[in-house]
Ligand binder design. Structure first.
Ligand code: PHE
Length: 346
């Protein structure tokens, strides 16, 4: 009986003190398995008088089940501790600032292009596209600039081969649109054509061999110069402020007749004269005119029935005026500090 009490005390103390699940498992084998101190004590039963044996056996069994339940209890405590430890070690401190993903900004040239597109979509125009490697046919001939004509020299560019070149103006998209709409009997036409163009040019603060144009084309019955003027006045006021006025000056393009240069009253001084408008009160922003009858006829449109106007804006120039940018190269060097100033999201 003494040995039994000793066994009980010893076992419970060991279980109680156990801090490790693996050690606990060896204790389980030891106390509940086939070989161990409990079994040893069991063997002692034979030496007892017969009448004491049942009580002794019962006690051994009680100790055994006490060990079993104590081990189970301890196991749960240790498992719970292990989970807590893991949770503790995997804890994420959500009070720390996360890494902010860097959000890109829309390029200022795209902002201006989108703004122009919005103005014309609002007037019922569609937006057309075309290839940057263009056929001589659509870039020059259909724009009434035949082979060997000196007007080609002004837009001398990068030829890919004898027939193809990097387009020099988005007028090439317009000559394609004219042909397409004539074929599909889809007149009248109201379209704008934004895109990159390429010319042999100086690369300095105001010139680049590559830039973006947005040209516009309207063909219908009884379209007049006054329609062109009203349209461009609307555009100028949307882009540079409601109080802007415009003026036409005579000019020359092969594909329009008459042709004009269009000036907008200076948005900085309001027309009084300042450094931006070089003291004149006016800023030249685009070329335009009434589409030349030859251009219509070459595309298969009857110039006696239809007339229309076209205009071409340089996106870089508008962006420079609008945002007060001095050097065109800022647009192309991709300096994040420059681009970030056009962030609309912060
Ligand atoms: N294509 C001309 C240019 O690149 C611009 C323009 C377009 C002029 C349409 C008149 C009409 O300079």
């Amino acid at each position: 009986m003494k040995r039994l009490a000793q066994l009980k005390e010893e076992g419970l103390a060991k279980i109680e003190a156990c801090r490790d699940l693996n050690v606990l498992q060896t204790l389980r084998v030891l106390y509940l398995g086939k070989k161990g101190p409990v079994q040893e004590v069991m063997k002692m039963m034979k030496e007892l008088p017969k009448e004491d044996r049942p009580a002794f056996g019962q006690q051994v069994n009680e100790i055994k089940s006490l060990f079993a339940s104590m081990i189970e209890e301890r196991k749960q405590v240790l498992e719970e501790e292990a989970i807590q430890k893991q949770i503790e070690s995997e804890k994420i401190d959500i009070t720390l600032d996360g890494l902010k993903p860097v959000i890109g900004t829309i390029h200022p040239l795209m902002l201006v292009q989108q703004e122009i597109e919005d103005v014309f979509i609002g007037l019922g125009y569609t937006v057309a596209d075309g290839p940057e490697v263009e056929m001589d046919l659509y870039n020059f001939e259909r724009a009434n600039i035949p082979k060997d004509h000196p007007a080609r020299d002004m837009q001398d560019t990068f030829y890919i081969n004898a027939e193809e070149l990097l387009r020099t103006h988005t007028t090439a998209i317009q000559t394609r649109q004219l042909e397409k709409c004539a074929k599909e009997h889809a007149l009248p036409i109201k379209v704008i054509c934004p895109g990159k163009v390429y010319r042999r040019d100086d690369d300095d603060a105001t010139h680049s061999h590559q830039f973006i144009q947005c040209e516009g084309l309207v063909i219908g019955k009884d379209i007049r110069l006054s329609d062109l003027k009203g349209t461009l006045l609307f555009l100028a006021q949307k882009m540079f402020g409601e109080s802007r006025t415009i003026r036409f000056r005579p000019s020359y393009f092969q594909f329009t007749e008459p042709s004009v240069e269009v000036d907008v009253s200076c948005h900085v001084c309001g027309g009084k004269g300042c450094s931006v408008c070089k003291g004149t009160g006016w800023i030249e922003i685009l070329g335009a005119g009434m589409v030349h009858p030859n251009v219509l006829e070459m595309a298969g449109i009857d110039s006696k029935e239809y007339s229309g106007f076209a205009f071409g804006i340089g996106i870089e120039r508008v962006a420079m005026l609008k945002y007060g940018i001095q050097d065109i190269r800022n647009f192309y060097t991709n300096d994040i500090r420059f681009l970030k100033t056009f962030n609309r999201f912060e």
